[in-house]
Design a protein around this ligand. Structure first.
Ligand code: DPP
Ligand code: ZN
Length: 871
C-alpha cells in the first residue's frame, strides 16, 4: 500500500448529491443496489474519469449509467479503485454489488455480530459495501432500504428517520430510512437483528420531541438505564454549554458484541461496543459505569463536532476527535469530581500518549502522511488533540472560546473542513494571531519546559525563567517553539497563595519563545512556585524541587491537580532511588519521612475519599516506565511492590481502620460519593492483601461473597487472585467463573485478572486460557482482555528474559493479521517500544518485529507499524 500525503490533497472531481441504497440482506450473499446522482465538482479540475473506491472483496454485479449498461471496456477495476473512463457532466449511476458479511472477520463494512447485521464504515469501510467516492469531503443525502427475513430480523435500522415499511410475499419485510443531512459515507450505518429496545423521550431546548432508543439483545435489556440517563444528560449539557440542539426526530444506539473500537457516531444510529454501553451494578464496575457515560456523551457530541461539521480528509481526524474528547472531558468533569476527572485524563496523556510521542509511530496531531488511516486513531489524535483544544480554551477564556465554537459551527455547518478552519474561527472571535499556536497541529513530540527561578528580597521581585525544547521525532529533527499557556501560582510559607494579576491566585503565563523570563513584583517573601496548574499544557516540566517542597505542595497547594502531582513526583523520586539500589543489589528501605507523609494523607482521607484514593496510589508501572531513562521492567515491578508492602506493613492499622470506615452501609448507588467510598475502601483492601495475612484474606473473601455490586466483588477477586494465597485465588476464580459465565463482559474481566497476574508462569496461564470456552479468538474484546492485557499490563511476564512473551505476541499478530488487521496492528504497540529497553531485550524484541516483517503478505496496517518500528 502506498503512503498518502496531506500535501497531495485535491478536491473530489465529482460530487454525489443523493445516494439511494437497497440491501437484500443475506449471510453469505448480500445484494446491494445503489443509485447515485453524480455531477462534476465545479471547484475541481475538469476530468472525464470518475474514480470510485471499492475493496477487493466486493463483487461487481452490474453497472448502469443513465439507465444503460456499461460495456466492460468503459471501466477499469484496479487495486482499491473502479474507474469509469468517460462520464458526462452529470448523470445517474446504478451499481449492484454482492458481499459476504459472514466471511467478514475484519469487522469493517457490513458484518455479522452474534448473528445480527451491523456496519462499521469509519474510516474506509464503506468501500467494502459498494463502489463509491469513499472520502469524507463527498457528502450526500442517503436513503436506505433494508430487506430481510421478518422473523429472524424483526428490527431494521438505518440513518435518519424511518419513512416507509412493508412486507414481501416470501416472509421478508423491508424498511426505508431517509437521512436529510448530507453526510460522508463513513457515517453510514445499518443494523438488522432480533433486538429489544429501551425507549425514552427528550424535549429539546426549542421544544421538539426526540425519541431515544437503545437496542440490545433481550438478555441485556436490564443494562441500558445508565446509558439512557447519560444520553439525556449529554443532550442537555450540549444545549447549555455549547447551544447545540439535536436535529433528527429519533436517536438510536445499538449494542454489538463484536466491535473493533469503542463506539461509532453514525448519524442518528450510533453503534456501540457492548463494553461501552451496557451497565448494571451487579455486572459492571464503577470504572465501567464512567466509561459508558463518557462514551455515550462523546458519540452524542459528535453529532455537531464531526457530523454537522466534518473532516475534509483523514489528516484532519483530530478536528472532530480532539474537539469531541475535550467536550466529553468537560462533560464528565461537570458530572463528577473535576479533579478526579483531570487526574485520570492526564494519567492517560502523560503515560500512554507521551510514550507514543517518543516512539517510532510518533506523529503530529494532524499527521502529514500515513499508509493506513486506521493506525491513526491514536492517543495523539484523541488525547493530545483534546489537550490542544483545551489550551485554546485556557488561552482565550471560556466566553471567547464559546463564541469561537459558535462561529465555527455556524460558518461550517454542512461542510467538510480542516483544523486550520477550527483555529481560524477562534482567531476571528478573539482577534488574536494563532499562527504560532498551530504548530501544535504540525509538530510531534512532547515539549520539555525547564524552569528556574530567582527571588530578590530587597526589591521584592521574583523571576521565573522558562526554557522550552522539543525532542526530534520521525517527521522532523528541529522544532520551533510552541505557543502555550503556563498556569502558575506562588505559595507563601504558611501555605496560602499570593494574590497575583487581576486579584487571582493563579496567573496565566504565555510562552512563545525558546526562553522567556517572567517577573512578579511586590512578592514580600520567597515564594514556592506551583507550576503548570491543572496541567495547563501537554509538556514535561522540570524544576528543581526538594522533597520537602514537594511534600509542602502536596499538603497546601490550592490546585487539586498539583497537590496530587506533587505526591506523584515525590513517590517517583523515591521509586527511582530504590530502582538504583535494587540494580546495585542493595537492600531496600522506605525513609521515615515518606511514611509520615502517607500517614498524614491517610489521616485526612475521610474528608475527601476520592482525592485520598488518588493520593494513596503510587505511580503506575506504565508511568514509571515512561519517565525512565531506560526501562527495567523487573526492577520497576519489584520496587513498586516493595513500596506497597512497606506502606501496608508500617501503616497497617490505618489501612484497616479506613477500610472499615468506608464499608458499604446501605446498598449500591452509582453516586460520585459512593464511588469515591468504594475506591478508597478497595484501595485499602489491596494494600492489606499484599501483607498475605489470613485475617485480611478473610476480609477479602467475605467482601467477594457478600458484595451486591461488581466494583466490590471484582476488587476482592483481583486482590486475592494476585496474592500468594494460591488455593484461595483458584477457588475465587472458579467461583466467579461459574457465577458469571453467561455474562460475556464479566468474562472479559475474568480473563483480564488472570492475564495481568504478575506472579511467575503468566504466559503459561494465558496460553491455557486461549483454549478456554469463554475465550473467542474472533472477538476483539476477548483478544484485548487476554492477549492485550498480558502484553500491556503484565510487564514482568511479557518482558520475560527468555523472550517468550515477545514470541507469543508475534505469533498472535501473524495469526490475527489475516483475520482482523486493525486489531493486529493495535496489539503491536508494546513491541514498538523496543528502543526503551536494555540491549538484550532490544535484540529479542527487534527479532520478533523482523520475523513479522519477513513473513511478507502483511496487511497495510501491520506493515506500517512494523516497518516504522524497525527503521
Ligand atoms: N469516531 C469514533 C469515535 O467516536 C471512532 N470509532 O471515536
Ligand atoms: Zn470520536
Amino acid at each position: 500500500k502506498p503512503t498518502i500525503y496531506l500535501k497531495d490533497y485535491t478536491p473530489p472531481s465529482f460530487l454525489i448529491d443523493t445516494i439511494s441504497l437497497r440491501f437484500e440482506l443475506d449471510e453469505t450473499a448480500t445484494r446491494v443496489k445503489s443509485q447515485l446522482q453524480v455531477r462534476r465538482n465545479p471547484q475541481a479540475a475538469v476530468t472525464r474519469q470518475l474514480q470510485l473506491h471499492g475493496h477487493e472483496s466486493v463483487e461487481l454485479c452490474e453497472i448502469k449509467l443513465n439507465g444503460a449498461h456499461l460495456a466492460a471496456d468503459a471501466y477499469q477495476r484496479e487495486a482499491e479503485f473502479l474507474t469509469l473512463l468517460d462520464v458526462p457532466e452529470s448523470f445517474e449511476l446504478e451499481i449492484e454489488t454482492c458481499i459476504n458479511p459472514e466471511a467478514n472477520t475484519a469487522l469493517e463494512g457490513l458484518y455479522l455480530s452474534d448473528g445480527m447485521y451491523c456496519t462499521q464504515c469509519e474510516a474506509e469501510g464503506f468501500r467494502r459495501i459498494t463502489f463509491y467516492p469513499d472520502r469524507p469531503d463527498v457528502m450526500s443525502v442517503f436513503t436506505t432500504t433494508l430487506v430481510a427475513d421478518a422473523s429472524r430480523f424483526p428490527v431494521l435500522l438505518g440513518n435518519g428517520n424511518p419513512v416507509q415499511r412493508g412486507e414481501l410475499d416470501d416472509g421478508r419485510h423491508w424498511v426505508t430510512w431517509v437521512d436529510p443531512f448530507p453526510k460522508p459515507a463513513y457515517l453510514f450505518a445499518l443494523v438488522a437483528g432480533d433486538l429489544q429496545c429501551l425507549e425514552d423521550q427528550f424535549t429539546t431546548c426549542s421544544g421538539r420531541q426526540v425519541t431515544l432508543q437503545i437496542y440490545a439483545e433481550a438478555k441485556d435489556l436490564e443494562k441500558l438505564d445508565h446509558a439512557m440517563t447519560a444520553l439525556k444528560n449529554a443532550m442537555r449539557w450540549d444545549e447549555e454549554v455549547y447551544g447545540r440542539e439535536y436535529d433528527l426526530d429519533i436517536y438510536m444506539i445499538v449494542a454489538v458484541d463484536f466491535f473493533n473500537m469503542g463506539a461509532m457516531e453514525n448519524k442518528g444510529l450510533n453503534i456501540f461496543n457492548t463494553a461501552c454501553v451496557l451497565a448494571h451494578p451487579r455486572t459492571t464496575t464503577d470504572a465501567g459505569f464512567q466509561r459508558v457515560e463518557s462514551v455515550v456523551a462523546h458519540e452524542y457530541f459528535h453529532n455537531w463536532s464531526g457530523n454537522r461539521v466534518t473532516c475534509r480528509d483523514w489528516f484532519q481526524l483530530s478536528l472532530k476527535e480532539g474537539f469531541t474528547v475535550f467536550r466529553d472531558q468537560c462533560f464528565s468533569a461537570d458530572m463528577h469530581s473535576a479533579v478526579v476527572q483531570r487526574v485520570d485524563e492526564v494519567g492517560i496523556l502523560r503515560t500512554a500518549q507521551f510514550a507514543e510521542d517518543a516512539g517510532p509511530m510518533a506523529h503530529p496531531v494532524r499527521p502529514a502522511s500515513f499508509i493506513e488511516i486506521s493506525n491513526f486513531y491514536t492517543l495523539t489524535v484523541y488525547e493530545k488533540g483534546a489537550a490542544v483544544v483545551r489550551m485554546l480554551h485556557t488561552l482565550l477564556g471560556a466566553d471567547v472560546f464559546r463564541k469561537g465554537a459558535d462561529l465555527y459551527f455556524e460558518r461550517h455547518d454542512g461542510q467538510a473542513v480542516t483544523t486550520d478552519d477550527f483555529v481560524q474561527a477562534m482567531a476571528d472571535v478573539s482577534g488574536r494571531d494563532l499562527t504560532q499556536f498551530k504548530r501544535w497541529y504540525s509538530q510531534a513530540g512532547t515539549p520539555r519546559l525547564k524552569v528556574s527561578d530567582h527571588y530578590d528580597a530587597a526589591s521584592q521581585r521574583y523571576q521565573l525563567n522558562v526554557q522550552q525544547s522539543c525532542p526530534a521525532t520521525p517527521e522532523a529533527q528541529q522544532k520551533l517553539p510552541f505557543h502555550l499557556p503556563l498556569s502558575v501560582g506562588l505559595l507563601r510559607a504558611d501555605g496560602s497563595s499570593f494574590v497575583l494579576k487581576d486579584g487571582k491566585t493563579t496567573q496565566l503565563l504565555e510562552l512563545t519563545e525558546a526562553e522567556q523570563t517572567f517577573v512578579f513584583d511586590s512578592i514580600d517573601e520567597a515564594p514556592l512556585p506551583s507550576l503548570l496548574r491543572d496541567f495547563s499544557a501537554p509538556v514535561k516540566l522540570v524544576y528543581g524541587y526538594t522533597d520537602e517542597q514537594l511534600a509542602f505542595l502536596l499538603s497546601h497547594d490550592e490546585d487539586g491537580f498539583n497537590r496530587w502531582d506533587a505526591g506523584q513526583q515525590l513517590s517517583l523520586r523515591l521509586v527511582n532511588r530504590l530502582i538504583a539500589d535494587y540494580q546495585q543489589g542493595k537492600p531496600l528501605s522506605l525513609p521515615d519521612t515518606f511514611v509520615a507523609t502517607w500517614q498524614s494523607v491517610l489521616q485526612q482521607a475521610p474528608q475527601d475519599p476520592a482525592m485520598a484514593a488518588l493520593l494513596l496510589t503510587l505511580p503506575s508501572e506504565a508511568y514509571i516506565s515512561e519517565t525512565a531513562e531506560q526501562i527495567d521492567p523487573l526492577a520497576i515491578h519489584h520496587v513498586r511492590h516493595f513500596m506497597r508492602c512497606a506502606l501496608a506493613e508500617q501503616l497497617e492499622s490505618s489501612w484497616l481502620e479506613l477500610c472499615r470506615q468506608h464499608d458499604s452501609q446501605s446498598g449500591y448507588t452509582a453516586s460520585a460519593a459512593d464511588m469515591a467510598r468504594r475506591s478508597l475502601r478497595n484501595l485499602c483492601l489491596s494494600y492489606l492483601m499484599v501483607l498475605e495475612s489470613p485475617a485480611h484474606l478473610a476480609l477479602a473473601q467475605q467482601q467477594f461473597e457478600t458484595a451486591d455490586n461488581m466494583t466490590d466483588q471484582f476488587a476482592a477477586l483481583i486482590s486475592v487472585a494476585h496474592s500468594g494465597f494460591r488455593d484461595s485465588a483458584d477457588e475465587l476464580l472458579a467461583e466467579f467463573l461459574s457465577q458469571w459465565q453467561h455474562e460475556s463482559l464479566v468474562m472479559n474481566q475474568w480473563l483480564m485478572v488472570q492475564a495481568t497476574d504478575p506472579r511467575e508462569g503468566g504466559l503459561a496461564r494465558v496460553q491455557q486460557l486461549l483454549e478456554h470456552p469463554v475465550y473467542d479468538a474472533r472477538n476483539p474484546n476477548k483478544i484485548r482482555s487476554l492477549i492485550g492485557a498480558f502484553c500491556q499490563q503484565n510487564a514482568v511476564n511479557f518482558h520475560a528474559q527468555d523472550g517468550s512473551g515477545y514470541r507469543f505476541l508475534a505469533d498472535h499478530i501473524l495469526q490475527l493479521d489475516a483475520q482482523n488487521p486493525q486489531i493486529a496492528a493495535r496489539l503491536l504497540t508494546p513491541l514498538t517500544r523496543w528502543r526503551r529497553y536494555a540491549a538484550d531485550r532490544q535484540a529479542l524484541m527487534q527479532a520478533q518485529l523482523q520475523r513479522i516483517m519477513d513473513k511478507g503478505q502483511l496487511s497495510g496496517d501491520v506493515y506500517e507499524v512494523v516497518s516504522k518500528s524497525l527503521c
